[in-house]
Ligand binder design. Sequence first.
Ligand code: F6P
Length: 342
Amino acid sequence: MKIGLLTGGGDCPGLNAVIRAIGKKGIVHYGDEFIGLKNGWAGLMSLDYLELKRKDFSGILHLGGTILGSSRTNPEKEEGGYDLAIKNFKGLELDALIVIGGNDTLGVAVKLDELGIPVVGVPKTIDNDICATDMTFGFDTAVTVATEAIDRLHTTAESHHRCMVVEVMGRHAGWIATHAGIAGGADYVLIPEQPFEIEDILSKIQSRMNRGKFFSIIVVAEGVELKGEGWEIQTREFDDFGNVRLGGVGDLLAREIEKRIGIESRAVVLGHVQRGGTPTAYDRMLGTKYGVAAIDMVHQGNFGMMTALQGTKVRPVPIIDGVKESKTVDKETYEIAKVFFG
Ligand code: F6P
């Protein structure tokens, strides 16, 4: 078969592991040919692509990012965008398309599937907010990076008797904040899913100081909204899918903590560091399992479906089940983080 391959949305560690697994199993086992569409949906829309040979799938397992490039281009934003995508799919004489992406990119895949394009999805995002799968690859690497940062911030916070506010990624879901907060021993974790009172945070920091602990680590997901006068973040930009560019909540919080209880505070924004660099062994493993499953699904004619981790097994589920809403942090997991607040 002749198969198109694309990676869309924010990049994430493990993308190349997926690409490699698809390519190696596809070429060696099925005799497939591959077209790599560059920079997500942009590559299909503008016919920017490369023919991928066996050598292109070699030596990339440990590499972060994506050899295909990525973008947040949305075909829906362009008039006749879907028609053009279908025309180009046909023009390239593709038999199927494997789409590796998060909620937005896979949302486009759902639409193309409805329009008759044979599509298989692979869920990716460091945010871990895709439904119907226990985990997305990239998440483990992001949590590992954030946990290591929290460990490092502990020692400097303690030396300087400061409160360190660590802002991590997580748009609608506080998975990275919760997991890294638990793993790193945070004294408070704020996530978009859970309401909080600033007084509660302040009293936890204060009670630590009363016990002779003159430092605190607060982890906040970038998607948390602080409500109150002077807490509005002014510079807001939106991408093609209408997502706001986040960032800044950590700084606001650090300033408020310092103002209200006098502890010297600093904000640290981990940002894209969480998304860059080499994937953990777990993410390479999950990416590889997803890649092998995805190419098998193409040959089984399992279209409109995406790979999903259920327990230890990878199974096909409808892409629409993965993307119809964001998978948010369950109360049970957050309760574990709360045990260690203060
Ligand atoms: O969707 C993944 C993600 O890493 C979010 O956590 C974050 O808000 C966003 O991407 C950042 O996007 P960009 O790389 O476009 O700034």
